[in-house]
Structures are given as structure tokens and as C-alpha cells.
Design a protein around this ligand. Structure first.
Ligand code: SAM
Length: 168
């Protein structure tokens, strides 16, 4: 049984294993107008700000043909988030919610994703709309967004946080 620690009201943390199972390469950084969490949009549709996805020159060749896509999936590393929370209390919620039911940046592997509109490319710099991260957030990956296979118009989520978690 993992060590479980109550944090702030509605938050529960665990003790993470000493060693992670895998390593990653940061392939660049994301340049955005936001340096404080409270100024960041909660998702990329809440802003029309232009952001720059700056790919490390080492990986620049991997951008070949990327302009063929109007939209991209960008994966990034929420480097300023807690990693040990298993229960969290979103501001709008009555009760705690499991981390994997939320889009919160706080999670064991703080990987975030956004579908962005690609506005242009100059060398290793992509100009995009639709990001929600702090300036200088590490970049993990870029993939083309295929509406044919990535879109699920029938998908629904019962609004996170409206239903309190059942007591265990
Ligand atoms: C709700 S998350 C959603 C992230 C992504 N769109 C997703 O769904 O995976 C966005 C919030 O994460 C926080 N955030 C942004 N960049 C961060 C970073 N580098 N480290 C920690 N938190 C960050 C900000 O509060 C921002 O409003």
C-alpha cells in the first residue's frame, strides 16, 4: 500500500517510487506570453494568443513536411506542477476528483497536450494558436492532428467535479 498524505483541503498525495521507469528528451521549449499560472488560459480555446514552439536545432530536420498539417498535437511537460497528487479538488468542484479524471497539470507524469493551429514555420520555429502553458515549458513531441481519426464528436464528459467522489 502506498504512503498516502492529506495535503490541502481536498488533496491527497502519495510517495512516488524513488526511480522513474523511463527517460525523455526535451525537444525544445514553448514560448508563450504567460509567466504566472494565474495568467495562463485553462485550455487553448480560451485564447487567441500567438505562441512559438521552438524546436531544438538538433531535432529541426524532424520538422520536414510539418506544414502539410493545418493542426498539430503538441505534447509538453508541465515542469512546475506537483507530481504526487492522486486526489485533487478543482476550484469549481464540490468534492475531490481522481487525477486521471482531470486535465490538471498535477499528475505523476506531467504530460500535457493541446491541438494547435499551425500558422507558420520559420526554420525550427513554429507559430501556433491554441496553447495554454507557461513560457519556457519544455516540449516533448509534435504530431499531425487527423480529424478523421482523432476527432470523436460523440464524446461526452460529465463535468469534472460536479459529482463528489464516493467515500471509500
Ligand atoms: C488545465 S492544464 C491543461 C493542459 C493541457 N491542455 C492538457 O489538457 O493536457 C493548463 C493549466 O496548466 C497550468 N500550467 C501551464 N504551464 C505549466 C507548467 N509549465 N507547469 C505547471 N503548470 C502549468 C496553467 O495553470 C494552465 O492554465
Amino acid at each position: 500500500m502506498a504512503d498516502v498524505v492529506e495535503r490541502r483541503d481536498g488533496e491527497t498525495a502519495i510517495t512516488l517510487p524513488g526511480r522513474p521507469d523511463a527517460e525523455l528528451y526535451f525537444i525544445g521549449r514553448i514560448r508563450t506570453p504567460w509567466s504566472r499560472r494565474e495568467d495562463c488560459p485553462k485550455n487553448g480555446l480560451q485564447t487567441d494568443a500567438t505562441c512559438i514552439v521552438e524546436v531544438d536545432p538538433l531535432f529541426a530536420l524532424a520538422l520536414q513536411n510539418v506544414e502539410g498539417a493545418t493542426h498539430l498535437i503538441v505534447l509538453y511537460w508541465m515542469d512546475r506542477a506537483a507530481r504526487d497528487l492522486v486526489l485533487q479538488k478543482p476550484r469549481h468542484a464540490e468534492g475531490s476528483r481522481g487525477t486521471f479524471s482531470l486535465r490538471s497539470p498535477a499528475r505523476p507524469n506531467p504530460i500535457a497536450l493541446s491541438v494547435v493551429e499551425l500558422r507558420g514555420r520559420e526554420g525550427n520555429l513554429l507559430t501556433v494558436h491554441g496553447l495554454d502553458c507557461l513560457d519556457n515549458t519544455p516540449l516533448l513531441d509534435i504530431k499531425p492532428y487527423f480529424s478523421s481519426t482523432d476527432s470523436r464528436p460523440e464524446a461526452r464528459v460529465e463535468r469534472a467535479g460536479l459529482k463528489p467522489a464516493p467515500s471509500s
